[in-house]
Design a binder for this molecule. Structure first.
Ligand SMILES: Cc1ncc(C[n+]2csc(CCOP(=O)(O)OP(=O)(O)O)c2C)c(N)n1
Ligand SMILES: [Mg+2]
Length: 574
């Protein structure tokens, strides 16, 4: 086996099904060997999208996603997506090519200090120096990606480790003769170097995956939390992405939350955990609820800017936090009870302390009344007559069109924020957004990974028109690899989320204006189906057409021409 084959064997062993990549000579042996072992190799048009796709696979399956990119610019192009995965605590493995071991630092093609570059963006990294170290390095990589606070890891694989030994010896000239003493010394050094590279390579076995290290709550913490909750009048549970890391156990988690019977707000990857309509789930007026709650549980939710650095939680409340990340656990606000533990395990063990039954009914009624009132406001706003499509109206039409097997990807500013208020994810793990890094451009990569990980899902990609520009080219990948996703561009001809405040505070819209571009024709040019939707009367029909086209196997883009909206201020101006 060559080094590429060792890599592929390890990936198989770890349960990897997809390899996302953009070609390069440095990594070719990995791609060929992976394909030969039945791993589906998906080649994209920008390395960032390979990482976004791997991230989506990780979030949806719990198995680290894998991207392999070539040395130098291939690696540097992944940086934003890797950082995004780190802040989203998504376990993924980035494999990067590198210059030959003996040539590093000597001006070889695409040779830079990649480890220095990635250091602050990954939780663990290594550069492999011998073929025999490939399998242990990958075993470590997968272990670290999944353990503790999950995140991206980087494994650098120099080119001379990956190709056949005979070829590598030729490159080094270690099989060539030389006349002078200097020639002989160099030759001996190179022979020594090559022998070291390949030492013991043939006898190696691929090790079994190492079980991840996941912090668990103590029985004492569970008891104390249960006591507080039993005595609570107005408890509130916030569940965030980190509670959904164990993708195989999401239904057990949903059962536990139902058993607790406490009012719940879901964020990030936790959206959809309780299905489309749950009597426990509330979507609006979270801040008011937090102000009034007497026991607050943050399960996998950091007290960061989204909770005004913890200030949204009443000072009088008993504050419980369960988090795998020791820093997030106490960040900004020290919990009254801090469980350094997997939040899903925490909730499941907590729920086991409670009988099924209806609790806190008055408190829930209060919250429900507010939630309903806000929903009515949104509906009223969405029905204001307009020449162009009102974004709220479009989101309501999307909500109506979504089947039970829908999986949503959100990439954009105001349009997707609006969608997140109106569209209900149908089931656990059917909502993907970038997470706390707020990266525009995750869309196509996420949709790609999602459709591969969940072939039976109808994958909907909700794009702002600005956001769409980052990854529209991946419609080519969708077409080549038969990935029939449905994209809807909320086209308001601008970077609206930025424009709103820029205009208010600085009175100038410079750099925030786009065209009502024909994104549907760009998608068509790449071989997908496209629709332009500018008539509110026809939008639901267009969405149905899009669904049919996707069911027939084609990727689709609906370019919905919107009026300008100012959703957050509660008014719509066209
Ligand atoms: C990579 C990246 N660049 C810039 C931003 C800053 N940003 C946040 S929202 C936004 C506007 C998004 O525009 P669009 O996708 O069209 O959505 P809209 O707000 O118009 O609905 C921008 C530029 C960002 N979050 N990420
Ligand atoms: Mg826009």
């Amino acid at each position: 086996m060559n080094g590429g084959e060792h890599v592929a064997e390890s990936l198989k062993r770890e349960g990897v099904q997809f390899l996302f990549t953009l070609a390069g000579g440095h990594i070719a042996p990995i791609l060929v060997a992976a394909k030969a072992r039945g791993i589906r190799v998906i080649d994209v048009r920008h390395e960032a999208n390979a990482v976004f796709a791997a991230d989506a696979v990780a979030r949806l399956t719990g198995i680290p996603g894998v991207a392999v990119v070539t040395a130098g610019p291939g690696v540097t192009n992944t940086l934003t997506a890797i950082k995004n995965a780190q802040l989203a605590q998504s376990p993924l493995v980035l494999l990067g090519g590198a210059a030959a071991t003996a040539l590093q630092g000597r001006g070889a093609l695409q040779d830079i200090d990649q480890l220095a570059l990635l250091k602050s963006a990954v939780k663990w990294q290594t550069s492999v120096r011998r073929v025999r170290d490939i399998a242990p390095a990958l075993q470590d990589a997968f272990f670290h990606a999944r353990s503790g606070t999950p995140g991206p890891v980087f494994v650098e694989l120099p080119i001379d480790l990956l190709y056949d030994p005979a070829l590598v010896k030729q490159w080094y000239g270690a099989d060539r003769g030389g006349k002078t003493i200097a020639d002989k010394i160099v030759k001996r050094y190179l022979q020594f170097h090559v022998n070291r590279l390949f030492a013991d390579a043939d006898t190696l076995q691929t090790p079994a995956p190492r079980p991840a290290n996941i912090p668990a709550p103590s029985p004492n913490q569970i008891q104390r939390a249960a006591e507080k909750i039993r005595r609570a009048q107005r408890p509130l549970l916030l569940i965030g992405s980190q509670a959904l890391l164990d993708a195989k156990n999401v239904n057990a988690l949903a059962d536990a939350v139902n058993r607790l019977d406490m009012p719940v707000y879901l964020s990030g990857m936790a959206r959809g955990l309780l299905g489309k309509n749950s009597a426990l789930q509330f979507r609006h007026k979270r801040r008011e609820a937090l102000r009034e709650a007497d026991v607050v549980i943050l399960a996998g939710v950091p007290a960061d800017f989204r909770l005004d650095y913890g200030n949204h939680i009443s000072r009088r409340a008993f504050y419980i936090s369960a988090n795998r990340d020791a820093r997030d656990l106490t960040r900004n606000r020290k919990p009254n009870l801090a469980a350094h533990a997997d939040p899903a395990q925490f909730l499941m063990q907590l729920a086991a302390q409670f009988e099924n039954g209806a609790r806190w009914t008055e408190w829930k009624k209060t919250l429900r009344a507010r939630d309903d009132a806000r929903n009515q406001e949104i509906i009223a706003q969405s029905e204001q007559p307009a020449q162009t499509i009102n974004p709220l109206y479009l989101c309501r039409q999307i909500e109506n069109a979504l089947p039970d097997n829908a999986l949503l990807v959100a990439d954009g500013g105001d349009f997707v924020a609006t969608a997140s208020y109106i569209v209900s994810p149908r089931a656990p793990l059917t909502w993907l957004d970038p997470g706390v890094f707020g990266t525009l451009g995750v869309g196509a990569g996420f949709a790609l990974g999602a459709k591969l990980a969940r072939p039976d899902a109808e994958v909907w990609l909700l794009y702002g028109d600005g956001a769409a520009g980052f990854s529209l080219m991946e419609f080519d990948t969708f077409v080549r690899h038969n990935i029939p996703v449905i994209a809807v561009v909320g086209n308001d001809a601008g970077w609206t989320q930025i424009a709103r405040e820029q205009i208010e505070y600085l009175h100038d819209d410079v750099a925030t204006v786009l065209n009502y571009a024909a994104y549907e024709r760009a998608a068509e040019g790449l071989g997908a189906k496209g629709w332009r939707a500018d008539d509110p009367e026809l939008i639901s029909e267009t969405l149905e057409n899009a669904r049919h086209a996707a069911q027939a196997g084609s990727p689709v883009l609906v370019n919905a021409i919107l009026g300008k909206s100012d959703f957050r201020k509660g008014s719509i101006s066209m």
